[in-house]
Design a binder for this molecule. Structure first.
Ligand code: 5GP
Ligand code: ZN
Length: 117
């Protein structure tokens, strides 16, 4: 059931502490940890503790927690002293989503191109 931990979900395992992660912030509803394959000097993932497959599903089901994810992304950016940064929610395999547990990528510390690739 959506919202419940999924046995086959890597990020649910990180939330439960069954897979290690370099955690930078944690709240009652979110965890922020460094991406294992960083695409920028700062690359941190902010995830809800509840399982939803993507950001829009999370926002539809639990809008307050979607807001928590965005607020935490801002808090992490502030702690990392990022003046400019990008928050990305890849949604669907064609857009590069590989982990189907909603997550914000917080990217910063280098120049960014527009449009993104
Ligand atoms: P997506 O491609 O779904 O938007 O993002 C998934 C992200 O999770 C990727 O940037 C990938 O590098 C990261 N990732 C995959 N496996 C792990 C892991 O075991 N630990 C951490 N910290 N990040 C991971
Ligand atoms: Zn999950």
């Amino acid at each position: 059931m959506t919202g419940e931990p999924q046995d086959d979900c890597l990020f649910c395992k990180i939330v439960e502490g069954h897979v290690p992660a370099n955690v930078v912030r944690e709240t009652d509803t979110t965890v922020a940890f460094r991406d294992i394959n960083p695409q920028a000097p700062t690359h941190i993932l902010v995830i809800p503790k509840v399982h939803h497959p993507d950001a829009a599903s999370l926002a539809a089901a639990e809008p307050a927690i979607a807001a928590d994810v965005l607020r935490e992304a801002g808090e992490v950016a502030s702690e990392e002293k990022l003046e400019s940064y990008r928050i990305v929610f890849n949604t669907g395999g064609g857009a590069g989503q590989t982990v189907f547990h909603a997550h914000a990528h917080l990217l910063g510390g280098r120049g960014m191109q527009w449009p993104p690739g």
